[in-house]
Design a protein around this ligand. Sequence first.
Ligand SMILES: [Zn+2]
Length: 325
Amino acid sequence: MRSLLQMTLDLFAVDASASQARGRSVPPRQPRRRSSPAPQPSYTPDLWAQSAAQDDASGVRPLSLEAEQTDLRLAAGGLFYRHPQANRQANLEGIPVAYAFRRARRRTIGFSVDAHGLSVSAPRWVPQREIEQALLEKGPWILRKLQESQQRAQQIDASRIVWREGARVPYLGRALVLALDPSQRAADPAAASPLGEDVLCLGLPLAASAEQIRDAAQAWLMRRARAWFESRLDHFAPQLGVRWSRLSLSSAATRWGSAGADGSIRLHWRLIHFSPALIDYVVVHELSHLRVMNHSPQFWETVGSVVPDYADLRRQLRDHPIAAW
Ligand SMILES: [Zn+2]
C-alpha cells in the first residue's frame, strides 16, 4: 500500500506547478534553494465583486464561507501549502505540505497552523519515523486547518479594493460602485446604475489619485456609519431598557465595539461594510453590556431577547474578513 506520507529532508524549488511537485521524491543531497519563491495561490482580483453580484440576486450574503469554498475547490488543482521557513515536506492525502520543523525542549510532538502554514516541533529523542507517523495521523486535522487559514487569506485578498472609478466598496452588505463626477460638490447618497447596482458618486476630478478616491469614499462611509449606528442605537436602547450617552467611531485592530459604564459606546466604523443584521448584532451586544458588564449567560440572554439568532450572527462576524483598505 502506497504510503500517504512522503517525507523529504531538503527544501526544493517550487517554481513548477504543484502537479509536478506532487508526489515527486527529492534526492536528499539536492542543494538548498532558499531563494525560490513560495507558490502563490491564484486569486481572482474581483472575486468579491463577482460573488457580491451573484449574491445580490440570490439573497445570500457576500463573502459567506460557503460561497468561497467552491472557489477554493476550483483552485485546488494547484493546491500546495508551504511555510516560508519550510525545511521539510510531507505529502498528506496527496497534498504536498512543506512545513517548518524544529527540535525543541518539550515532551510531545507539537503541530501548529497559522497564516504562514504548518510548524512542527518535536523533542530531541523522538525519531523521524515517529514524527512522520504523527503527521500521518494528524493529516486530516492539519489539512483542515491549512485550508481554513488559506481560505481566510484568500478572502482578504479577494476583497482588496483597488481605488479607481468602478471599484466596488462593500456597504451594508451590498456593493457600491464608485463613480467620479467633478461637477458634484459632495458625495451624494447612492443612486441605481443601469445594472441595478448602487453607485456612490464622489465629487472628484476624473484624474483623481487612488488616495484621493480612497479618502473621499472613506469620509462618506464614516459619515454614513455614524448616522446608521446612531439610529440603530436609538432603535434598540429602549427595547433593552438602557440609555447610551455618546458614540465614538473606532478603528481598533481587534475589536468591533466596546461599551463604558457611563453609557458610552464605541463601534468600529468599518462595520458599515456589513449587512444591517450583522451591525444590529454588534449594536445590541454593546448596548447589552450597559446592563450586564460581562459575557455571562445572563448577558447572552439579554442579547437574545432582542436578537434571537445572535449565535449565528456572532459566528458570521467572526468569519467575516474585512475588505483590505
Ligand atoms: Zn462583549
